[in-house]
Design a protein around this ligand. Structure first.
Ligand SMILES: Cc1cc2nc3c(=O)[nH]c(=O)nc-3n(C[C@H](O)[C@H](O)[C@H](O)COP(=O)(O)O)c2cc1C
Length: 341
């Protein structure tokens, strides 16, 4: 989850403690927030980046610590497209930062902005698209040097790849627009370029928005097709999120509301999926897995509330997971409390 706490893309002590705590807490996999593959692909000027070799040192330190705790260190690589160059969520006024105030001109499939308070992007030409595909591959090589063992492509939430595959934001003509084949070309080229440099022994995930939640927009049927084609290109798991491309879309958020996407894409595209979104209890996670609705549970905000969620979940589901030795004495106290209750 974006921490908006970097300078020029560099991870800091904040990231080490933030991600390290989740590894100590027993998460199976710890993903960094979206790491931008180029500077103008950051959402805010304070986003994490993986666009310079100098970024590797601190990210490697984090990956090493996470692995040392028994978790799998993973990173998500991203380009924010036309939603770039905005203030952090806690800063006012919300929306675009002008180039003269430290922002930049973002890029997109066309010059249509995301919303009135966002910048007018520059429309990418084919050579620029090729350069961004290459940036994803270079970022992946850096991820390998950092010691990450899973890379996730961020193809969701109205960021650049999603802007290309949704018919609402991609009104281009030519090779990268128009038909479904044209709109899928950019995300599929990213997947191919990344898989070419990411070793077979490490999984490659892709997060997609399964629907725009708007009539006539991107939908689950098209997502099934995208999932199939990503899988053919070596993507191992589709992380099924939704929304983010239409500012005023009406999203019926409720516990587990995105799980049906993971279930349908898993069944129809025959690819492993991850379920995400308002999954907050051990029982919910367990049920999704045991019913075969998804292969992996992805949790975000619950882990901000409680970095030790897996320890609690294991207890609640009566399974043993290792605790850090340093914390073992607290575990005995908890077990005693349960027996006496
Ligand atoms: C503060 C914050 C930062 C986020 N950053 C990212 C991100 O970097 N990449 C991403 O794919 N999703 C990001 N998300 C979305 C979450 O990964 C997740 O999909 C969403 O919060 C729903 O899951 P949850 O109900 O478990 O929080 C972020 C969400 C929050 C609240």
């Amino acid at each position: 989850m974006c921490q908006y706490s970097s300078e020029d893309g560099f991870a800091s002590d904040w990231h080490l403690v933030h991600l390290g705590s989740r590894a100590v807490g027993g998460a199976a996999v710890v993903f960094t927030e979206a790491a931008a593959v180029e500077a103008r692909g950051r959402i805010s000027p304070q986003d994490l980046g993986i666009y310079k070799d100098e970024h590797i040192e601190m990210l490697a330190r984090i990956a090493r610590f996470v692995k040392g705790q028994g978790a799998i260190p993973a990173t998500q690589i991203a380009h924010a497209g036309r939603k770039a160059s905005v203030r952090r969520p806690w800063e006012q006024p919300a929306g675009a930062i002008k180039p003269e105030d430290g922002g930049w001109i973002p890029v997109g499939p066309t010059t249509a902005p995301f919303a009135p308070n966002f910048a007018v992007p520059s429309a990418l030409d084919e050579a620029e698209i090729g350069n961004i595909v290459q940036s994803f591959a270079t970022a992946t090589q850096r991820a390998l040097q950092c010691g990450f063992e899973i890379v996730e492509l961020h193809l969701a939430h109205g960021y650049l790849a999603h802007e290309f595959y949704s018919p609402l934001s991609n009104t281009r003509s030519g090779r990268y627009g128009g038909s479904l084949d044209g709109r899928l070309r950019f995300p599929l080229e990213i997947a191919e370029a990344v898989r070419n440099v990411w070793p077979e022994r490490f999984p490659l995930f892709a997060r997609i928005s399964s629907t725009d939640w708007v009539e006539g927009g991107w939908d689950v049927t098209q997502s099934v097709e995208l999932a199939k084609r990503l899988h053919e290109r070596g993507v191992d798991l589709i992380d099924c999120s939704s929304g983010g491309n239409v500012a005023d879309a009406q999203i019926p958020m409720a516990p587990l509301y995105q799980v049906p996407f993971a279930e349908r894409i898993r069944r129809e595209a025959k690819v492993p999926t991850g379920a995400v979104g308002l999954i907050t209890t051990p029982e919910e996670g367990e049920r999704i897995l045991s019913r075969g609705q998804a292969d992996l549970i992805v949790m975000a905000r619950e882990f901000l509330r409680d970095p030790y969620f897996p320890m609690y979940a294991a207890d609640a589901l009566d399974v043993a997971i290792p605790w850090p030795k340093q914390y073992e004495r607290a575990r005995i106290a908890r077990a005693a409390k349960r027996i006496s209750a």
